[in-house]
Design a protein around this ligand. Structure first.
Ligand code: GCO
Length: 496
């Protein structure tokens, strides 16, 4: 009989993705070597004979090369121009919640340094920059009167980007809910979805004239599960039922914002950013827990947005499921909600960090080497498998990869980062391979442009291709930034 899915120590950043960390960095690099053994997302381990060709793999003309960040992780300036508090301000101030007891100040101080940062992006050759808008800069309490000074910051940033020929990719919600809305119930409350649509409308009106890509939500799964079930992220709740409500209400918010976008007549494109993960059954004779985990991690988000249905196996008391009350989850859903949630999008943004194994009773199993973020099991071919799965199992939609990266091995400032170069190279190769096999992939953004505030890890994990000295705010491009610049210039990736 199945046993409960979650181990006591499983309070990791990504729901169940606690890795035991038994593999070495050398092994991690080996996993970046094309031809490493991997497994298909359908659940069975298979050898992967593919290896990259000797000649460079070229990307389609107009392929978008970008880098991503988010407001709370890089802006700093938490009280500038009257900014209101967000759940992350509140959470980070609680003792013991952040690894190094840090806060979002100063982060990378991009609020004051955006013009220099855009110049830096230009020097790297970036075609696009993904950032998020801080809701509580624009609407201090999440609703009501617009804080013009806060909104103007994003106008200036967008203008600077457009002036430099860099396409803005604008995320509306990257986990920093205004604290006032949390106090009123947060994502447990349906009303928050309506407030989000209003906020989105304000942003479309102010910035919608720009040729931009818009992303409604960043990783609704991580925010729902890690923030509302595991209590490791803001708002720090530990209730599977609240997590289920946060799933539905975020998805509803997404759909309502897409409708507002259409109504606004903005010329850009819109979609959601989902973190997806191939789930591999490590005991093929007992695949159910892996199937349930796939439902919880992937289909619970993909199906409603792309097909207008919820999978019937994602929520419940079986190992691998979100252990909320299925009847209560159903009750949240009002007639017409799924139609709203599946409002046609222009693109799907994918965030890919790796794969996971799941055993017969729902435990996470390391099947690939991990990075310094122990939840991250590195498997470049998993990206290919994921992209092909999306093409085969979902209605056709343009895809972009809006996050993909690894942290440096230590918390120290690092500029020589061969692991990141190997990681990026191998993932670019798998992306090119997928395009060659008919996947409509249109762009690839690295996570992240800059070292930044890595949520519960504070400043102890550095994910940037550009190093930041948080004491002086000096920026130093890492070796991987040079590698990326070469890839962008050639619009191709070499075998090695
Ligand atoms: C996420 C977020 C980023 C993280 C990144 C590295 O994917 O969780 O979008 O904010 O910093 O993923 O963990």
């Amino acid at each position: 009989m199945p046993t409960p899915l979650r181990r006591d120590g499983d309070l990791s950043r990504r729901t169940f993705l606690l890795a035991t960390g038994g593999l070495t960095l050398t092994a991690a690099l080996a996993a970046c070597t094309p031809g490493a053994t991997t497994a298909s997302p359908s659940g069975s381990a298979t050898p992967a004979p593919w290896s990259p060709p000797a000649e460079p793999m070229t990307f389609p003309k107009g392929y978008t090369w970008g880098a991503s960040t988010s407001a709370f992780q890089i802006e700093g300036a938490l009280t500038a121009d009257g900014r209101g508090a967000s759940v992350w301000d509140t959470f980070a101030a609680l003792p013991g919640k952040i690894a190094d007891d840090s806060t979002g100040d100063p982060a990378a101080d991009q609020y004051h340094r955006y013009a220099d940062d855009v110049a830096l992006m230009s020097s790297l050759g970036l075609g696009a920059y993904r950032f998020s808008i801080s809701w509580s800069r624009v609407l201090l309490t999440g609703a009501g009167e617009v804080n013009q000074a806060g909104l103007d910051y994003y106008r200036r940033l967008v203008d600077e980007l457009l002036g430099a020929g860099i396409r803005p990719t604008i995320t509306l919600f990257h986990w920093d809910l205004p604290q006032a809305l949390q106090d009123a119930g947060g994502w447990a409350s349906r009303d928050t979805a309506e407030r989000f649509a209003d906020y989105a409308g304000v942003c479309f009106e102010a910035l919608g004239a720009a040729e931009a890509d818009w992303l409604t939500l960043n990783e609704p799964k991580t925010h729902a599960f890690v923030g509302h079930w595991y209590g490791v992220h803001a708002p720090g709740l530990r209730s599977p039922d609240t997590a289920a409500a946060a799933v539905h209400h975020q998805l509803l918010a997404h759909g309502l914002a897409v409708q507002r976008f259409r109504d606004s007549g903005a010329p850009g494109r819109i979609g959601a950013a989902l973190n997806l993960i191939p789930v591999i059954a490590t005991e093929p004779d007992y695949p159910e827990a892996a199937t349930f985990t796939d439902a919880r991690e992937n289909r619970l988000f993909l199906d409603p947005i792309l097909k207008g249905t919820y999978p019937d196996d994602a929520v419940g008391d079986q190992p691998g499921q979100l252990p909320a009350d299925p009847a209560a989850f159903l009750e949240l859903q009002q007639p017409g909600d799924l139609e709203v949630i599946s409002a046609p999008c222009d693109l799907l943004a994918i965030q890919y960090y790796g794969v996971t194994g799941v055993d017969g009773i729902g435990n996470t199993v390391d099947i690939a080497p991990t990075s310094a973020a122990t939840w991250q099991q590195i498997d470049p071919q998993g990206l290919y498998d994921l992209l092909v799965r999306l093409k085969d199992e979902y209605p056709a939609i343009p895809l972009i990869i809006t996050e993909n990266g690894i942290p440096d091995p230590t918390p120290d400032i690092t500029v020589d980062d061969p692991d990141r170069i190997a990681f990026l190279r191998s993932h670019f190769q798998q992306a090119a391979r997928a395009i060659g096999d008919g996947v409509p992939l249109e762009g690839h953004y690295v996570w992240s442009l800059l070292d930044n505030f890595e949520w519960a890890e504070g400043y102890t994990q550095r994910w940037g291709i550009v190093a930041v000295d948080f004491a002086t705010q000096e920026r130093t491009p890492k070796a991987s930034a040079g590698f990326f610049t070469d890839v962008i210039a050639a619009n191709s990736v070499n075998r090695d």
